[in-house]
Design a protein around this ligand. Structure first.
Ligand SMILES: Cc1cc2nc3c(=O)[nH]c(=O)nc-3n(C[C@H](O)[C@H](O)[C@H](O)COP(=O)(O)O)c2cc1C
Length: 200
C-alpha cells in the first residue's frame, strides 16, 4: 500500500482523498427557514448518525467562498431547527442544483419549484416525494479546524419514512433505495444485487 503522510497534503488534497475513500456517504438534503421567513435547501454528505439515546445526527458544514456561513448554517444558528431529507436518484438534478451558490434569501425551494408542506414540529419546509425526513432541533455546534468547519449536531424530534418501507419501526433499504455520494461528482444509486447479508 502507498503511504501518504498528512503533513505532505494540502487541504484540497486531503478533501479529495477523504471524499474518494469515505464512500459511499449518505446525503442529508437539509431545509431551513431564515428569520426573514425565507426558505433554503442544500445537500451535505459529511453526514452521519452518532447517537441513538438521544437520537443525534452530525453534519459538517464548511464556509462560503467569501468565508461567510453557508445559508443552511446561518439559518440553523438563528432558528435552531431544520429538516434532513433523504432521497433516491429521482432527485439527482435537484440535489445538484440546490448545491449551487445562491444569494442569501434566494430560495432553492422556490427556484426548483419543489413542492412542500410545513414540518409538523418545526417551522421548516418538508419536501414532498422524499423517502425519509427527520425533523430536527439543534443540539450543539462545534467548530473544527482552521477554515473552520461547523459540525452541527441535531436531535431528531420526529422521523418520517414512506409507508411501504416501514415495518416494526425498521426501514427496508430495498424500498428506500437511497442515493449515496462518492468522490468527485459521482453518486451511487441503491442496487439490490449488490446487497448481501453476512451470515457468519
Ligand atoms: C452531494 C453534495 C454533497 C455536499 N456535501 C457538503 C458537505 O458535507 N458540507 C458542505 O459544507 N458542503 C457540501 N456540499 C456543498 C453545499 O451543498 C453547497 O455549498 C451549497 O451551496 C450550500 O448551500 P447553502 O449556502 O444554501 O447552505 C455538497 C454538495 C453536494 C452536491
Amino acid at each position: 500500500m502507498k503511504k501518504i503522510l498528512s503533513k505532505d497534503l494540502n487541504p484540497k488534497e486531503h478533501y479529495n482523498l477523504l471524499i474518494s475513500t469515505i464512500t459511499p456517504r449518505p446525503i442529508a438534503w437539509i431545509s431551513t427557514r431564515g428569520v426573514d421567513n425565507s426558505t433554503n435547501i442544500a445537500p451535505f454528505s459529511f453526514f452521519t448518525g452518532i447517537s441513538s439515546n438521544p437520537p443525534i445526527v452530525a453534519i459538517s458544514i464548511g464556509k462560503k467562498k467569501n468565508s461567510k456561513d453557508k445559508d443552511t448554517l446561518k439559518n440553523i444558528k438563528e432558528k435552531k431547527e431544520f429538516i434532513i431529507h433523504m432521497i433516491d436518484e429521482i432527485f439527482a438534478k435537484e440535489i445538484n442544483e440546490s448545491a449551487l451558490a445562491f444569494d442569501y434569501g434566494e430560495s432553492e425551494i422556490e427556484k426548483l419549484k419543489l413542492k412542500y408542506k410545513n414540518g409538523s414540529l418545526v417551522d421548516v419546509p418538508m419536501i414532498d416525494g422524499v423517502k425519509v425526513a427527520y425533523e430536527c432541533k439543534l443540539h450543539k455546534i462545534v467548530e473544527i479546524g482552521n477554515v473552520p468547519m461547523s459540525v452541527v449536531f441535531g436531535e431528531i424530534l420526529c422521523y418520517h419514512v414512506i409507508d411501504d418501507a416501514l415495518h416494526d419501526n425498521k426501514a427496508d433499504e430495498k424500498k428506500l433505495k437511497l442515493l449515496g455520494r462518492l468522490g468527485g461528482k459521482n453518486f451511487i444509486k441503491f442496487d439490490q444485487d449488490s446487497m448481501f447479508e453476512y451470515k457468519g
